[in-house]
Write a protein that binds this ligand. Structure first.
Ligand code: PRT
Ligand code: ZN
Length: 293
């Protein structure tokens, strides 16, 4: 049987999330993470642990069949609008979320797109940034940097930057303010647009079905609470992303029922407080480990 080869970042922000996802899909590996090549013991799957920047070209060339990479890295070489792209996103993986943002020094006067014409923009993503600016009618000068982009304006190397942001702390610490969002990114599973062998596809289908279950169960919660029997409709309406709940009787009580529901969206404290205000008591929110529907 032809083995499925998946490229995963060896170390960095995508490595733990990628290997953890594959483990939760049931793949078992015998070696630690220091080996470049690992074979799963219980499925026909091999992993190649490499730098994230190499992953799109490894998959495009056929050295690997699938890869786990940030959408930002994929799009720098393989733009979404390219109809002949050799690569496609097989699925979004729901971790390593970040945003590629243009940012300017807090005291900068830039206020609209036209102000950016002719300015120098430091970035590790010159292609994405330049394409985005051209779509806004702006011609700017890309200053390519491989890291520490946030220091460029202070060093006088650039006027603005275009860099990945997650919490925003790095921008703030460097006296920068966001100007515009260029790309929303997260980890994605990529593959060639031309199909690979049917053995490999069959293994990939099993893994992707499991991964979809793992990702869905990460956000999904099981809610249990006691509700006044005459408030079931109000309480059900407050449960985020749930189907009809299960209602069970409580021994010796006919004014209160037990209500159980699976919520497919995040459950915030505000929701719990609103449920309590409607008379719900003994509210429990439980994680769900696996889901197969
Ligand atoms: O060695 P290798 O080349 O494999 O790794 P790398 O150093 O190129 O990448 P790595 O591990 O830093 O990031 C891998 C991927 O994680 C990126 O391509 C993104 O898809 C994703 N990701 C998610 C991020 C961030 N969040 C992130 N915050 N990548 C980088 N950052 C950096 C950002 O560049 C900036 O310096 O974090 C800083 C900003 O963070 P905040 O929280 O202060 O806003
Ligand atoms: Zn990299």
């Amino acid at each position: 049987m032809t083995r499925l080869r998946i490229a995963v970042q060896s170390k960095g922000r995508l490595a733990d999330g990628g290997l953890d996802l594959l483990a939760r899909c049931g793949l078992r590996f015998s070696y630690g993470r220091n080996k470049l090549h690992q074979s799963a013991q219980n499925m026909p799957v091999d992993l190649m642990l490499v730098r994230d920047d190499d992953i799109p070209s490894f998959v495009a060339s056929g050295a690997c069949d699938y890869g786990i990479v940030g959408e930002n890295v994929l799009r720098e070489k393989y733009p979404a609008q390219d109809a002949d792209s050799p690569l496609e996103i097989a699925m979004n993986l729901g971790f390593a979320g970040c945003t590629l943002k243009l940012a300017a020094p807090v005291d900068s006067a830039v206020d609209n797109w036209a102000d950016l014409n002719g300015l120098r923009i430091a970035t590790s993503y010159p292609s994405i940034t330049d394409n985005f600016l051209r779509s806004k009618g702006v011609q700017a000068q890309m200053v390519e940097m491989s890291g520490s982009v946030e220091v460029a304006p202070r060093l006088g190397i650039s006027d603005l930057i275009c860099d990945l942001v997650s919490s925003g702390a790095t921008l703030e610490a460097n006296g920068l303010k966001p100007f515009a969002t260029v790309l929303e990114s997260e980890a994605v599973l990529i593959r060639r647009t031309q199909s690979v062998s049917s053995d490999v596809e069959a293994t990939a289908e099993i893994l992707m079905r499991r991964a979809a279950g793992v990702i869905a169960s990460g956000q999904t919660k099981y809610i249990m609470l006691n509700a006044p029997a005459d408030r079931i409709d109000e309480i059900t309406a407050l449960l985020p992303g749930s189907d009809a709940p299960t209602i069970a009787q409580i021994a010796g009580r006919d004014d209160v029922v037990a209500l159980h529901a699976v919520c497919r969206e995040r459950v915030f404290w505000e929701t719990l407080e609103a449920l309590k205000a409607q008379g719900a008591r003994a509210i429990l929110v439980l994680p769900i480990e696996k889901m197969l529907s």
